[in-house]
Write a protein that binds this ligand. Structure first.
Ligand code: K7E
Ligand code: CUA
Length: 659
């Protein structure tokens, strides 16, 4: 014990001395600076039973009040259908971004508003879809590096993709793939964000039309969809997007090539068996049926070539989407397969774009493919074909190396020192291994550390760009088991911060995630994101990122009646809403616009109208609109929901509906 305390003290002294060195120097740089350390620090460490490792982890993650984090971490919120933003290294949650599910605080999709229309664009066959399962956030890139402008995220359950603008951290668009019902290899961007890549997960007939499972091979298909992104508009352009038809192999994770492999993309698959279930009909469960073959197929696609094929009109339009059918994809050299070990999950391209790392959940190795070897094999036309006529390259021609890491390898990230990091789901561990360039023998396992528990994705600082930072890594663990205070049978997930800056890897922090579950996350340097403090001008419409035609200035508030159509032009400012009386008649249809005329940072006003299911958040400068029918006579109160001032409770008004 004495020794532990001694180490703790030395550590604290060293840290204080170090920070003094790096600081103004006024306090000197000798251990005497330790005199500045509160006398109770040692007592605290002792009393709380902290080890030297605990103390150093605390010092590495603690942020004094008012200091900012080094990185933003954008995490998918899984089946809560949103995105969660945290700071690293503090792991403090900064924001939830509502995406596929309505959210009252942000006034997102609650009441008939512009955000409701964003959600409606993702409806399926007229069914209002208000659930979601977000998996893979993707930051927009320029030359293969995060540029901090946009974030994309998929909804696995309904094959949708959303666009979030990082100027105001709000969802701007949801697009629904008209031909598939679930996606997974999504979202991943091409190096200049020309396209947002989306791969199908569970195959269906295109357009999810009916076909019995006995016709699986004939009728069911997957797609690799390239959603065209227009950076100036900040929108996906469905008319300029297209899909590549692929066999019903259950495509899994995808990654876009970069630098050496720019123009290409890669997706795993895991049901080349084409199992169709039927465990009540004497057939094996899917889990067994899907795992019979030793090899599945890495899908290798040339999206630049596919773009030319689309331009040449060699597509079929299916449910409004241009689709390159399999025979055309084969003939034009758009699609190739390479065998990959049993039921792989992650496909990750190295920072230089020269290698593709595939991790098979039922194989203890990661398999490294060489892009150069793939190109040579394609040029040599050295292939067999699968049942759909797609060229299958020879495994030994394209495989460069394998590294045995442990049980259940899933996802891989990279650092700036030539190392790769792979999550080991079954081992509940993180493996660090050395990349070896073109020398297969140079690839080596370096180190493994345990995580708590059942690790899925990992996210290293800028760890999937052309220039990873090699600073921090977050392990997105599915299970927390014993890590936190018990909260009933539904436990949080555990996001663990791990130091990978050099030397042995160390777990620094456990972050409970109370909604979820996060699958993937991306971590971007904080100074790359330049969010607005307030909207650029009073009367701003965030849906179009332009001035709103309903903007209302102070003194110009009005209520306009035209028969039974009533339009309200309202302003909000601390501490009143004008007008504060809205007199309606039963049966009126009401369009209501509110402009928050505040220009002070953080001076947001909320708005709820009792009995109408409306919730708004009106940020400084924003104009928001909603509609409703005054279906019942009565007296209702509306009020501001943000405690914005001392007289916030008075920031209210009445709606009277005359019979
Ligand atoms: Cu959870 Cu990328 Cu959807 Cu792996 S995925 S863990
Ligand atoms: Cu505005 Cu409270």
């Amino acid at each position: 014990m004495k020794r532990t305390l001694f180490v703790v003290v030395s550590l604290l002294l060293a840290v204080v001395a170090l920070s003094a060195c790096g600081g103004s120097g006024q306090k000197g740089s000798t251990p005497a600076a330790a005199a500045g350390l509160p006398a109770d620090a040692l007592a605290i460490a002792t009393q709380r039973g902290l080890t030297p490792d605990d103390v150093s982890a605390a010092l590495k993650t603690y942020l004094p009040s008012g200091k900012h984090d080094d990185y933003y971490l954008f995490m998918s919120g899984g089946h809560s259908g949103n995105v969660i933003v945290a700071g690293v290294p503090s792991m403090r949650i900064l924001k939830n971004i509502a995406v596929f599910t309505p959210e009252s605080w942000q006034g997102y999709g609650v009441g008939e508003t512009d955000t409701e229309r964003i959600l409606d664009a993702g409806n399926v066959d007229g069914v209002k879809i208000r659930t979601g399962d977000t998996h893979h956030p993707a930051l927009s890139e320029t030359n293969g590096d995060y540029d901090g402008q946009f974030l994309f995220i998929n909804d696995k359950a309904n094959a949708r993709v959303a666009v979030i603008d990082l100027r105001d951290f709000e969802t701007k668009q949801i697009v629904k793939d008209p031909n598939i019902i679930s996606n997974h290899g999504s979202t991943f961007v091409t190096p200049n964000t020309d396209y947002v890549v989306q791969g199908t997960q569970y195959a269906t007939p295109l357009g999810w039309a009916y076909a019995p499972l006995s016709e699986y091979k004939e009728k069911y298909r997957g797609l690799i969809t390239l959603w065209k992104f227009d950076r100036t508009k900040g929108r996906i352009i469905p008319e300029e997007s297209f899909s590549i038809e692929v066999p019903p192999y259950w495509q899994d994770l995808c990654d876009a090539g970069k630098l050496a492999s720019d123009g290409w993309g890669f997706c795993n698959s895991f049901n080349t068996e084409m199992a169709v279930g039927g465990n009540m009909q004497g057939q094996p469960n899917f889990e067994a049926g899907v795992s019979q073959r030793d090899m599945d197929y890495l899908h290798i696609f040339n999206w630049k070539k596919a773009e030319e094929v689309v331009k040449a009109g060699k597509t079929e339009t299916i449910n409004g989407m241009k689709v390159i059918r399999i025979p055309t994809a084969v003939e034009e050299g758009v699609l190739f397969f390479a065998p990959e070990p049993k039921s792989p999950h992650g496909a990750d391209v190295t920072p230089d774009g020269k290698y593709i790392v595939v991790a098979g959940k039922l194989d203890p190795h990661v398999t490294i493919y060489s892009f150069d070897k793939i190109q040579k094999a394609i040029a040599a036309k050295n292939w067999t074909t699968d049942e759909f006529g797609v060229p299958v390259l020879n495994y030994d021609d394209v495989k460069l190396a394998q590294v045995e890491l442990g049980l259940g390898p899933l996802h891989t990230q990279f650092d700036d020192k030539g190392f790769a990091y792979t999550s080991l789901f079954l081992d509940s561990a993180l493996a660090k291994w050395k990349l070896g360039g073109d020398d297969p023998n140079a690839y080596q396992l370096v180190e493994k550390i345990p995580v708590q528990y059942n690790i899925g994705h990992i996210s290293a600082a800028e760890g999937d760009t052309v220039s990873p930072d090699g600073n921090y890594l977050v392990a997105l663990n599915k299970w927390a088991v014993d890590r936190f205070l018990p909260v009933g049978p539904l436990l949080p997930q555990n996001e663990q911060l791990i130091d990978i800056s050099g030397g042995p890897m160390k777990v620094l922090y456990d972050m409970p995630m109370g909604v979820g579950e996060p699958h993937y996350a991306q971590m971007i340097k904080a100074d790359k994101i330049k969010p607005w403090d307030i909207y650029p001008q009073v009367g701003w419409d965030p849906a179009t990122q332009a001035p709103s035609k309903y903007a209302t200035k102070l003194g110009e508030e009005k209520i306009v009646r035209d028969g039974s159509n009533v339009e309200v032009f309202m302003t909000s400012v601390r501490s009143h809403l004008t007008p504060d009386r809205v007199e309606l008649k039963k049966g009126d249809h009401v369009k209501w616009h509110i402009t928050n005329v505040e220009t002070a940072k953080d001076a947001t006003h909320g708005f709820q109208l009792g009995g109408q299911g409306v919730s708004l958040s009106i940020e400084p400068g924003e104009t928001v609109s909603f509609e409703f029918d005054a279906a019942h006579d009565g007296t209702y109160a509306f009020y501001c929901t943000e405690f914005c001032s001392a007289l916030h409770l008075e920031m209210m008004g009445y709606v009277t509906v005359e019979p």
